[in-house]
Ligand binder design. Structure first.
Ligand code: CA
Length: 719
């Protein structure tokens, strides 16, 4: 037999064996297997149903971690945010990337086994508030489940990646729903929510049959129009906490991240998002708590029936979602073990909630908080401050934490050996200023201004000030003592989730694009790897042939990363998955250098006149993806440095949508060609400023930087 035929047969045989192994692995994953995972696997988004993200693997530990090295890296198809926790079963990794693409990899080598691209229409990217990210898959009984950005739930054959069924989970023809969260599976059902509260949708969570994709139940998080009849008594109860004609604005309350099944109590918990729009006066003009915004709601997992709720931010009006990770735990309180939820949502408090009945046991601030002075444990309600009320006020109101949240989607982890929960925190404020609300389909409708202009004028100084004002930390929180055990300052606002292990380690990716291992008991940094981009997801860990691996998705993005300039001299890396093991010797390819930028066309006197209006339009329509003065990075190019041809075709792209297939939609519905001219004029002025800055010699830039550092340091202390 010719050698080539033998080789072909060998490949076919090996592939067949690999596919069998894939099928066998996930085929065994059911409710019991997720509740008690094999030591070698990471079979669900948060490891198991309790979502504590603690692994008993300890080959990589405080003594051995110095020899940790890259085992392999896998490059995805896109640049951009990568938030998916790698799920691993029997040596196969299932992970999602930008645009909801699913990759199945050999977890020992990083070799691609299969890929599934749901072909999300790129123009739908505009409907995502916070980048076209995806936080991962659920695996269950031989299938892999993914929610796509355009709100489909798709079941794939775990062995081949072939599509088994697909359902449209929300009416995207009428409303701009998106999915970025990982589905969860239990009891023969797969649970999925959605996002879109910034765009005027009504939140809900659905359960589908894992085999057929049939809808089993749906629970709405806010009531609909009473004239249409309420779906159930729960909606009638919730409607009593709303006033006016809230249904016209959607109401919000999207369940875009945490959905957790409690196997011990047979309850399903959902974390509910913010109000739509943010200005409560618009959606509920005569007050009210607005259930179930910013709440944890417990449901019957079989029927979707309401069991209990706890509202963390009644009358939510600061984008304080409660969608963040719900962690299940048991702890000693008043001398007896109690079943609790630990929750560190955007509103700045670490909550301990009795998960049998939904009663508040503790709420302590983990970061600076100005919207409340604390919680009354008898009523469970916060004592809200007058100073944080920005509605009906003709001035700018500064509120801590910001709309980014004291803590956001970045997964936290709990180490039972240290008794500590590890999570990142952003301690900066947001400035609200009410503006007239006007509903525009598919546009950001919030009822507050977004600061857009480069107020300081000098971009370098602006960035320095931001760095100084932003207090970002990795917090090790002791729930028993209701305070932090240690805090480690992080270098900037874009950081990843955490993993903790029996090796007394915490793993996290930071803003400086490093992947770190710290001592879980003290926070001392023991190991660091330069990852070229932010290791952004919650890391996971698993074992193959007796060797422990730690894996993480790498690709800064999301609401902060999308709008944050990093080093503009280098082109960004494609988002990746990286896996590490002791004595790993793999290397990352070098980052490509950016070539020269095109010269923008010259400005006319007319341009200078209309640019002010362009700046205002930029703040309303462009800022949230393109950042300050168009200075975004990576997937979204720096608009100040585009080739001249872009400026020549400006209105064709921005108004008519000539680049819609690449993710830059046209704004014909809301902008005229005069508006396009104004935007172009504004960006040309910013490009000119940028050229002046870039022409400065490096020594001058560095000297200015050190002066700015000192000035900004003093200014921040005085503020
Ligand atoms: Ca939000």
């Amino acid at each position: 037999m010719p050698l080539s035929v033998l080789r072909t047969l060998q490949v076919v045989f090996l592939l067949g064996a690999a596919i069998d192994a894939v099928a066998a692995g996930v085929a065994d994953i059911d409710t019991a297997a997720i509740a008690q995972p094999k030591l070698t696997d990471w079979p669900s988004y948060g490891l198991d149903y309790r979502e504590q993200r603690f692994s008993t693997l300890d080959e990589i530990n405080v003594d051995s971690v110095a020899t940790l090295g890259l085992a392999w890296s896998f490059e995805t198809d896109y640049i951009g945010g990568m938030e998916a926790t790698p799920v691993v079963v029997d040596g196969v990794m299932y992970v999602t990337g930008t645009w909801s693409v699913v990759y199945a990899l050999d977890a020992g080598t990083g070799a691609l086994l299969w890929k599934y691209d749901p072909q999300v229409p790129k123009a739908w990217g505009k409907m995502a508030c916070c980048d076209v990210v995806n936080r991962g898959v659920a695996v269950y009984q031989g299938k892999v489940f993914v929610g796509s950005l355009d709100a489909r739930l798709i079941a794939l054959d775990a062995a081949t990646g072939n599509k088994l069924w697909e359902v449209q989970t929300a009416d995207t023809g009428k409303f701009p729903y998106t999915i970025t969260g990982a589905p969860r599976a239990a009891k023969g059902k797969v649970f999925i929510g959605n996002g879109g509260a910034e765009f005027g949708v009504r939140g809900f969570v659905s359960a589908y049959d894992v085999d057929t994709g049939a809808l089993v139940w749906r629970f709405y998080t806010v009531p609909g129009n009473p004239a249409d009849g309420f779906e159930d008594d729960t909606m009638a109860m919730a409607a009593k906490t709303w006033t006016g004609e809230w249904w016209k604005y959607g109401g919000g309350g999207t369940v875009w991240d945490s959905i957790v099944y409690d196997q011990e109590l047979d309850q399903l918990y959902i974390g509910v998002g913010n109000g739509s729009p943010w200005d409560r006066k618009v959606r509920s003009p005569r007050g009210g708590d607005n259930l179930f915004l910013s709440s944890i709601v417990a449901l019957n997992p079989d029927t979707g029936q309401y069991l209990w709720h706890y509202q963390e931010t009644p009358a939510e009006t600061w984008d304080y979602t409660a969608a963040q990770q719900i962690m299940l735990a048991d702890m000693q309180i008043d001398g007896r073990m109690q079943k609790v939820i630990w929750h560190a949502p955007k509103n700045g408090h670490f909550f301990i909630i009795d998960r049998t009945v939904g009663k508040l046991l503790s709420a302590q601030p983990y970061t600076k908080v100005t919207w409340t002075t604390g919680y009354d444990l008898t009523t469970g309600r916060p004592r809200q401050t007058a100073e944080a009320q920005w509605v009906d006020r003709d001035e700018t109101t500064t509120v801590y934490p910001s709309i980014a949240g004291g803590h956001n989607w970045q997964p936290m982890s709990f180490n039972p050996n240290t008794g500590l929960v590890y999570f990142t925190s952003n301690g900066f404020p947001f400035q609200f200023r009410e503006k007239p609300y006007a509903h525009q389909w598919g546009e950001f409708n919030l009822g507050t201004e977004f600061a857009s202009e480069n107020a300081v004028g000098d971009f370098q100084l602006m960035q320095t000030l931001i760095r100084k004002v932003v207090r970002v930390e990795l917090i090790a929180w002791n729930p028993q003592q209701q305070r932090s055990a240690w805090r480690k300052e992080l270098p900037g606002a874009v950081n990843g989730g955490t993993l903790t292990t029996a090796g007394n380690l915490v793993f996290i990716g930071d803003h400086n694009r490093d992947f770190l291992a710290l001592r879980a008991d003290s926070g001392a940094v023991l190991w660091r790897f330069a990852a070229q981009d932010v290791p952004y997801s919650g890391p996971s860990t698993y074992q193959i042939d007796g060797e422990q691996y730690v894996a993480v998705s790498v690709g800064g993005g999301g609401v902060a990363g999308l709008t944050l300039s990093l080093d503009q001299r280098l082109l960004p890396a494609r988002s990746r998955v990286m896996a590490f093991k002791l004595n790993g010797t793999a290397q990352l390819p070098a980052l490509p250098q950016a070539s020269g930028f095109g010269d923008p066309p010259a400005l006319t006197a007319h341009d200078r006149t209309v640019a002010d209006r362009g700046e205002q339009l930029f703040g309303t329509y462009c800022f949230r993806c393109h950042s300050l003065a168009g200075s975004s990075k990576g997937r979204v190019p720096d608009l100040r440095r585009l080739p001249r041809t872009f400026y020549d075709r400006f209105n064709a792209i921005v108004i008519d949508g000539a680049m819609a297939s690449m993710g830059m939609p046209g704004f014909k519905a809301v902008l005229t060609s005069d508006d396009g001219d104004a935007l172009k004029a504004y960006l040309l002025i910013e490009a000119e400023k940028d050229q002046v800055l870039r022409a400065q010699p490096l020594w001058w830039v560095e000297l200015k930087q050190s002066v700015y550092d000192v000035v900004a340091g003093i200014a921040v202390r005085l503020l």
